[in-house]
Ligand binder design. Structure first.
Ligand SMILES: [Zn+2]
Length: 322
């Protein structure tokens, strides 16, 4: 038996190593995090079991990330560069999203097994994205008070549990709404080409702060998960739960077009962005040029772009202008 290098099994469960002779990575199977591989360099540096620098939130969000990226025949491989980028931006889903994850988990379990969830599994907090088991159980108890979930909360010396968990009719309605992508988190998603020397700093230094200041919404992108291999599920979930989706078409990026189509299909408000010169020169190449496109440029000051994009987002979210 080993200690999991990610969650340290501080919230329970145990961890085993699967030996790969001659390989430069090690694969772990943790009751909480699931299965994942770590390359040796990372295991001897930041993910060294002796390293005490990772915060509880960083560990919990890594655990949630790994848990959300398990398929029957695939699991994430963590490598140094990716890891550095991930922990620097590590963040757990906010409690409203965690609550939604709880309802989805319980609903799926009920539909699969036909009976109530007898006891919450050891990895429950990693599935919903809570910092600890205690926190996730408190959220479940909150959801029972709101009449969405049924179950008996029990705290004993052995830990926090909820027994015989089910959904009420109101809970099923939330489940269905979420499945249809009608629930909107308080964040926007941006689909774009990564690694561009103009677009990257524009998004980080201009666009994200602008949106945060004006309407208090975060703008998220896939940069912190893109290297781990299995990004599809995360991307779909992020688009499904986003309040709006921005799509930058400056580079004719196929991924961005696909994500735009997915979001449009779900009925999300989609707003297109394009670098001004590119838009003026290649306008007719866009199938989307009949849609709302807001142009940006690094050559002029960003005030007029700022007021246009914020007004457009407000309109699509039915927020009153200030
Ligand atoms: Zn673990």
């Amino acid at each position: 038996m080993e200690t999991c290098p990610v969650c340290r099994n501080e919230e329970g469960g145990s961890c085993r190593t699967m030996r790969h002779d001659g390989s430069d990575q090690r694969t772990f199977r943790c009751d909480v995090c699931g299965t994942f591989s770590v390359d040796r360099r990372l295991l001897s540096s930041q993910l060294n079991p002796e390293n005490l620098e990772l915060t509880k939130i960083q560990r919990a969000s890594l655990s949630h990330f790994i848990r959300s990226n398990q398929t029957p025949d695939n699991y994430p491989l963590l490598m140094s560069d990716w890891f550095r980028a991930f922990v620097s931006q590590a963040k757990l889903p906010n409690p409203a999203i965690q609550a939604q994850n709880i309802i989805r988990f319980v609903g799926n379990q009920l539909l699969n097994s036909g009976s109530k969830v007898r006891n919450l599994p050891t990895n429950f907090h990693a599935i919903v994205g809570s910092p600890s088991r205690e926190f996730s159980v408190e959220l479940v108890s909150e959801l029972t008070k709101q009449g969405l979930i049924t179950g008996r909360v029990s705290t004993s010396i052995s830990g926090y549990d909820v027994l015989n968990v089910g959904l009420t009719l109101a809970g099923w309605e939330c489940y269905e709404t979420e499945q249809k992508g009608q629930f909107s988190g308080k964040y926007g998603f941006i689909a774009m080409k990564f690694g561009d020397p103009n677009l990257d700093p524009f998004v980080d230094n201009v666009l994200k702060p602008l949106i945060k200041d004006a309407i208090s919404y975060d703008l998220v992108d896939l940069r912190n998960v893109a290297r781990a291999g299995i990004i599809d599920n995360i991307m779909r979930a992020q688009i499904r739960d986003a309040a709006f989706v921005l799509v930058d078409l400056t580079h004719d990026n196929y991924g961005a077009y696909w994500e735009a189509g997915y979001a449009e299909g779900l009925g999300k408000p989609v707003i297109y962005l394009c670098e001004k010169k590119k838009f003026e020169e290649a306008k007719t190449h866009f199938d989307t040029n009949h849609c709302t496109t807001v142009c940006w440029t690094l050559e002029e000051d960003t005030a007029s772009f700022g007021s246009e994009i914020i007004a457009t987002i407000r309109r699509s979210l039915n927020l009153f202008p200030e």
